[in-house]
Write a protein that binds this ligand. Structure first.
Ligand SMILES: Cc1cc2nc3c(=O)[nH]c(=O)nc-3n(C[C@H](O)[C@H](O)[C@H](O)COP(=O)(O)OP(=O)(O)OC[C@H]3O[C@@H](n4cnc5c(N)ncnc54)[C@H](O)[C@@H]3O)c2cc1C
Length: 438
């Protein structure tokens, strides 16, 4: 049997390996010159390469970790439990907070006890969220996360100081617009499951270098043919059980099985060639997208109080000390990356203005930045970074089985339970391969 996988992001890589493991002859067709999809870096005239968006993941991302082990890729930061630096925006005091290596929920006690700016009684209130998530969370997808948290007695201070930094970065949409089901899922998986589940992982090189060569090697070892710069433009019936795949280079080929691991609107467009509208995809393709913006600062010295820094109630959100994490650091300047999730406003701000605002904020938030000299700034924007996980979005995400026999769907937008993440993408690819070969 011959199978094609369209799309060489994490979902496509995972699907191609899954199909090859089941003995199929697999061809992976990727539009761009590189593998990795949204996990990518771009050239920068001064810095070499910069990621279009800082990526991090947690110990609970077991599907992603299994794939990375196969690719022989390791992150630079690989904690055994949650350990991060939180800055109190009012006093500019930084605190390093680490979970205890104890069973849940005790593991979180030192983090909650010392998290800056939490109102009295916060531990008890967080416990209330935890116990509500222990029972089935029916109906949560129809309500926004902020309203759900309020209904569980979480005051605004607690929401802004603690829940917003975690949930907005994971779901990439403001809590007023975020499905409570997805927020609850993230809390359950990342914060409450166990101490190792919340451990942070951060890549140690630019994303394309981190993923592309290792994925290429693993796919080759599994016998997958990888075709880069091969944009699939049309699908049709080959007259028989076969599916004809045509790419922009005019190449046509017939396959028995197909995984579409492309964004939902592209999957919908391609599937139309196989006959009519596909209702299961129309809702997914109509989900609005949500942007992520990164501001890469290159200074003459380090200024962050830790490798991963969160600043609640500040536009800075999360800041990563890239040079401290880099396995192959540049020696002429220090790289810090500000990662702005749900960046609906920032995505339209001119680069110079955004850079000035963010650098000024750094200088007031991190005392060491006052002595640092800014040498270079690069702003990267992904306007369609993720789907917007709005209330109701769970119902708009199809599973791996498409209504066309022999065609499966994969991608972090499909119904994995996860927000649009690397973990969801890898899981979706594995499920698509399993569905096709059942
Ligand atoms: C800035 C940013 C920051 C992020 N941060 C994190 C993070 O910290 N942690 C985390 O877990 N997740 C993060 N994510 C989300 C994560 O990157 C994605 O959810 C995941 O990479 C999606 O993988 P995918 O394979 O589903 O889709 P994609 O990566 O979109 O892959 C789809 C692939 O299909 C190709 N393609 C499209 N059309 C065609 C065609 N017609 N023919 C051939 N090929 C085609 C595309 O070129 C692409 O390579 C972030 C995303 C962004 C953009």
């Amino acid at each position: 049997m011959r199978a094609a996988v369209v799309g060489g992001g994490l979902a496509g890589i995972s699907a191609a390996l899954g199909l090859a493991d089941r003995g199929l002859e697999v061809t992976l067709l990727e539009r761009s010159p590189q593998l990795g999809g949204l996990c990518r870096s771009v050239p920068d005239p001064v810095a070499g390469r910069v990621d279009t968006g800082q990526h991090a993941y947690l110990g609970c991302c077991t599907e992603l970790e299994a794939l990375l082990r196969r690719l022989r890729v390791r992150p630079a930061l690989e904690q055994d439990r949650l350990d991060l630096t939180v800055v109190d925006v009012r006093s500019a005091v930084a605190r390093r907070l680490a979970a205890w290596p104890l069973p849940p929920p005790t593991h979180l006690l030192p983090v909650l006890a010392r998290w800056p700016g939490l109102p009295a009684g916060s531990i008890r209130r967080v416990a209330r969220v935890a116990s509500s998530l222990r029972v089935a969370a029916d109906g949560l997808d129809s309500v926004p996360a902020r309203g759900w948290l309020r209904s569980l007695g979480q005051p605004e201070d607690l929401i802004a100081q603690l829940w917003e930094p975690f949930l907005v970065s994971a779901c990439n949409v403001s809590l007023d617009r975020c499905s409570a089901a997805l927020a609850g899922f993230v809390i359950r998986q990342g914060l409450l499951a166990s101490a190792p589940a919340g451990a942070l992982r951060v890549p140690g090189t630019d994303l394309t270098r981190w993923l592309d060569p290792p994925a290429d090697a693993a796919l080759a070892a599994a016998g997958v043919e990888v075709r880069r710069e091969s944009r699939v433009t049309a699908l049709s019936r080959a007259g028989g059980p076969g599916l004809q795949v045509e790419d922009a280079n005019g190449r046509q080929e017939t396959f028995e099985l197909l995984v579409l691991a492309v964004p939902a609107p592209s999957a919908l467009r391609l599937l139309k060639g196989l006959g009519g509208d596909r209702p299961e995809l129309v809702a997914a393709a109509a989900l609005p997208s949500s942007p992520i913006v990164n501001v890469h600062l290159f200074t003459d010295r380090p200024f962050l109080p830790g490798p991963v820094v969160v600043v609640p109630r500040s536009p800075l959100q999360w800041v990563f000390d890239r040079s401290a994490l880099d396995q192959d650091p540049r020696h002429d300047s220090w790289h810090s990356a500000i990662s702005l999730s749900a960046a609906d406003r920032e995505v339209g701000v001119p680069e110079r203005e955004l850079a000035t605002t963010m650098w000024e904020l750094c200088r007031t938030t991190f005392p060491a930045a006052a002595r640092a000299k800014l040498r270079h700034v690069r702003v990267t924007r992904e306007a369609h970074a993720t789907f917007a996980a709005l209330p109701g979005s769970a119902g708009a995400r199809p599973g791996p089985r498409s209504v066309v026999p022999g065609v499966a769907l994969a991608g972090s937008w499909t119904d994995t339970g996860w927000p649009a993440t690397m973990e969801g993408a890898v899981l979706s690819g594995r499920r698509a391969a399993a569905t096709l070969t059942e």
